[in-house]
Design a protein around this ligand. Structure first.
Ligand SMILES: [Zn+2]
Length: 79
């Protein structure tokens, strides 16, 4: 009965790595989201075509939510 003990290696990422999203303007995977908890906002910027927007954080502080707001704003002509 050789029960193997498996040690789980959990890699903890302490640093908040900026996530990259698809840009609605230039179509490149170059949109970075920076969360600023203190200011309660997120800076969304495309490093390819340089469109940028500060998004207010509401319920969530996930980069994807900020990105969604960014895309919404883009399509409603606010960027
Ligand atoms: Zn772009």
């Amino acid at each position: 009965m050789g029960r193997r003990k498996r040690k789980k290696i959990v890699k903890k990422v302490v640093k908040r790595i900026p996530k990259v999203f698809l840009c609605p303007n230039c179509g490149k995977n170059a949109v970075f989201v920076k969360i600023d908890k203190k200011e309660n906002k997120a800076s969304v910027k495309c490093s390819s075509c340089n469109i940028a927007l500060d998004v207010e954080l509401r319920l969530s502080e996930e980069p994807i939510d900020a990105y969604n707001s960014f895309v919404d704003a883009y399509y409603s002509g606010k960027v």
